[in-house]
Design a protein around this ligand. Sequence first.
Ligand code: SME
Length: 162
Amino acid sequence: MRVDGNFEKTVQTSSSIARKVKDVLRQTSSADPMLHSICGLLAQEVPYYDWVGFYLIDQDHEGQLVLGPYVGAPTEHVRIPIGKGICGQAAATGRVFLVPDVLLEENYLSCSPEVRSEIVVPIMRGEKVLGELDIDSHSIDPFDGWDRALLEAICEMVAPLI
Ligand code: SME
């Protein structure tokens, strides 16, 4: 178990967050407000989630990700070519990218010098990448299997609605 301030990474905290995400899915009918509420919920619940956002594959330009709903500082990276940066690599491979220290990652697009680590979890339909959930943290190496499992579960929940 890992502790950050008063926050504990436990099965209980993870189940509680997943339950709240399910409530959002039940209560909200259109995709953008729903995704935005999930960003707000995650940023509020997990103290080291400093920027939380969705990137979606642009249906008109399939080689690009386009920024969707997010919570946190505005980013210049509104469009990201597949393969570029951490987001582009996750989209290219359909795999989770967990970067403990962004200063050590060569293929990285910086949004702000405050960001020190990042996790990107693809949203899949079968083998196809629909988009991804991107989280930046101002802490070094805060993400582990707890985050990965929670975020993968959330991406599975939102996939049918994208
Ligand atoms: N750092 C990302 C770019 C998106 S921002 O984090 C919001 C990347 O390297 O792909």
